[in-house]
Design a protein around this ligand. Structure first.
Ligand code: C2O
Ligand code: CU
Length: 476
């Protein structure tokens, strides 16, 4: 970055955000025309295969020039020319073949975040695809693994940069029989980005003051995107129930989602549906977590409200952004005046989430998170940090020893949180990422049921991950 940009950045950092500043992305802050923009689903991959239960697609990562913010072109990286990339939809039991071409000027990988697949297909930093290189990712979607996932680059030390440049996309795995009745479905890929007035991406160069703050906080952005759109519109009919699949693809922002005055029903998380739907007023969704919620058209017809990101203090006080306590609007939700539809009836049990057998626990481990380190070490591509046996059931204690949240992600396996600071978890849920709030200790149980090999575990604040908050688990 040149000096001028650095100066601009530091000015942004020290600029006081007074209370008169409008809510980011609020109605006041945006020209009216933008509000007519309906939320668009990212396009789907085109299946090249005629074979039954086979999804065969082409995926190219390449530089592009796209409008990331309305009316301004940015130099970005894109999957198949779009941000977000196309959505990969598959069914349990499908075979997926992705012919990937890396047309970026740098090494990358594709990580299929949350999928239960062989280690060599996981797109971890151990399996780099060099600039100009190709790789076929081939894996099967196991039964019982339906849910919402996502894919993103995962090269050594460059994940944050490449996702910031625009590389991320959704994966939806559908079960053979969905316990939820058919209803309108929306995908919401949440992301934020920091964009300069001329449209260029504001990514501070290493060792600049901005980079040092980002290293601590994680890079957050001034532009709030949903499927790459700023404040898109979702319309909902009276009586209608919509199913929203939400992905936090942000580098560092932990969203605290709410629709003022409305109760939401959460039905699923990272590893698919819950056993029972749960009514919630708000939803904290940390980096890389997913959620499925049901939203009801129960408000006054004609009313307009917003899906909001409420303040969430995940920060160290020293680097906490001055405007952290501002609510941000993400989506304009419009209750239409159409004829009411009869609400669908929800089952009270969605599926069974079997408890892992605690009498079979072979090993207990403790993972201590400090600022930038895991168990007092930074990532070494040539070091195995944890060795486990295939078939092991293990309990991991994740101990966040510092005053900042760290969302912990384990590749390849879904786990179940048992307790947080000794308080037992009320419901069993399959997770691959769990936010570990400041000075909190939680335990999860996991079974290495298949797929021997080397797996990453790390903090999903991308700046933390890239600066070494990652370790390697080997399952043999
Ligand atoms: Cu989405 Cu290793 O991460
Ligand atoms: Cu972290």
């Amino acid at each position: 970055m040149n000096r001028c940009a650095t100066l601009l950045l530091s000015l942004t950092l020290i600029a006081p955000f007074g209370d008169t500043r409008p809510v980011e992305n609020s109605a006041e802050a945006l020209p009216a025309a933008l509000h007519a923009d309906t939320l668009r689903n990212p396009s789907l991959f085109v299946n090249q295969s005629r074979a039954p239960r086979t999804i065969e697609v082409n995926l190219v990562a390449a530089p592009a020039r796209l409008a990331l913010t309305p009316g301004k072109l940015s130099d970005v990286y894109a999957y198949n020319g779009s941000i977000p990339g196309p959505t990969l939809e598959a069914r349990e039991g499908d075979k997926v073949i992705v012919h990937f071409t890396n047309n970026l000027p740098e090494t990358t990988t594709i990580h299929w975040h949350g999928l239960h697949i062989p280690a060599a297909m996981d797109g971890s930093p151990l399996y780099p695809v060099p600039a100009g290189g190709k790789k076929d990712y081939i894996f099967n979607i196991d039964s019982g693994t339906a849910g919402t996932f996502w894919y993103h680059p995962h090269p050594d030390t460059r994940t944050g940069y490449q996702i910031a440049k625009g590389l991320y996309g959704a994966i939806i795995v559908r079960p053979a029989h969905d316990p939820l009745p058919p209803m309108p479905e929306k995908l919401l890929i949440l992301s934020d980005n920091r964009v300069k007035p001329d449209g260029s991406l504001d990514i501070p160069a290493p060792h600049t003051p901005g980079a040092i703050v980002d290293e601590e906080n994680g890079r957050e952005g001034n532009v709030m995107l949903v499927n790459g759109q700023v404040m898109p519109v979702i319309r909902i009919r009276p009586g209608e129930v919509q199913r929203w699949r939400i992905i936090n693809a942000g580098a560092a922002r932990v969203y605290r989602l709410a629709i003022p005055g409305q109760t939401l029903t959460q039905v699923g998380t990272d590893g698919g549906l819950f056993e029972h739907p749960a009514d919630i007023k708000e939803l904290v969704i940390a980096n890389s977590e997913r959620a499925e919620i049901l939203v009801r058209g129960s408000s006054t017809p004609g009313k307009v409200t917003q899906l909001q990101d409420l303040p969430y203090d995940r920060y160290m006080p020293q680097t906490r952004p001055a405007d952290w306590n501002k609510a941000r609007n993400l989506v304009s939700l419009q209750y239409t005046t159409e004829r009411p539809v009869a609400p669908v009836t929800l089952p009270t049990t969605l599926r069974l989430v079997p408890a892992l057998d605690t009498s079979k626990v072979a090993v207990r481990r403790t993972i201590v998170l400090t600022q930038g380190m895991i168990n007092q070490k930074t990532m070494d591509m040539h070091r195995i940090d944890v060795s486990s046996k295939l078939g092991n059931t293990e309990i991991w204690t994740i101990d966040n020893a510092v005053g900042m949240d760290h969302p912990f992600h384990l590749h390849g396996y879904q786990f179940q949180v048992i307790d947080r600071d000794g308080v037992p978890e009320r419901d069993r849920r399959w997770k691959d990422t769990v936010n570990v709030p400041k000075h909190t200790r939680l335990r999860f149980i996991v079974r290495f049921d298949a797929n021997p090999g080397m797996w990453m575990y790390h903090c999903h604040i991308l700046d933390h991950e890239d600066h070494g908050m990652m370790g390697i688990l080997q399952v043999t």
